[in-house]
Write a protein that binds this ligand. Structure first.
Ligand code: DQA
Length: 148
């Protein structure tokens, strides 16, 4: 059987994990997070592809490219674009893939402007506040769903 592959997509400022506000986002870097996800993917016998950008359009282009390439689902941390981007929301809605939104922090315990997510409403679900483990939990969900 051909192995299913999932995209792990990180938006603005997530390249600064480990340095950026560690009291909110923890001390793991993005490359630590990606290493942990490679381990989860091995365990689940799926492939993972990674992409991070600080540029909205590049994220949209990657979602469409992954969809065209036949990827099976996306774990998406949109960063602040969750709270601002109708374009990202429309792209997620139109890509035809299951997408799980991840926030490392619990956005509902933070400033009010973080309580609304444009993207969440078009995702299969949201993981928020479980730290960087949220990425692996989202990948497990998507892999399980793709198997059933
Ligand atoms: C975040 C939460 C967002 O509100 C914030 O803008 C981020 C990170 C998180 O992972 O907790 O950049 O998506």
């Amino acid at each position: 059987m051909i192995q299913k592959t999932f995209g792990i997509l990180n938006g603005p400022n997530l390249d600064r994990l480990g340095v950026r506000e560690p009291s909110v986002y923890g001390s793991a870097t993005l490359s630590d997070v990606e290493d942990a996800l490679r381990g989860t993917a091995r365990e689940l016998d799926v492939g993972v592809a990674f992409f991070q950008s600080n540029h909205e359009g590049e994220l949209l282009d990657k979602i469409v490219a992954w969809a065209d390439a036949g990827i099976s689902g996306i774990v998406l941390n949109p960063g602040a674009l969750a709270h601002t981007s109708v374009a990202l929301r429309d792209c997620v809605a139109g890509c035809g893939l299951p997408v799980v939104e991840v926030h490392i922090s619990n956005v509902y315990r933070r400033e009010e402007f973080r309580h609304h997510s444009f993207t969440a409403a078009v995702c299969a679900g949201v993981v928020s506040g479980l730290g960087t483990e949220g990425y692996s939990l989202a990948l497990r969900f998507l892999a399980g769903r793709a198997r059933s």
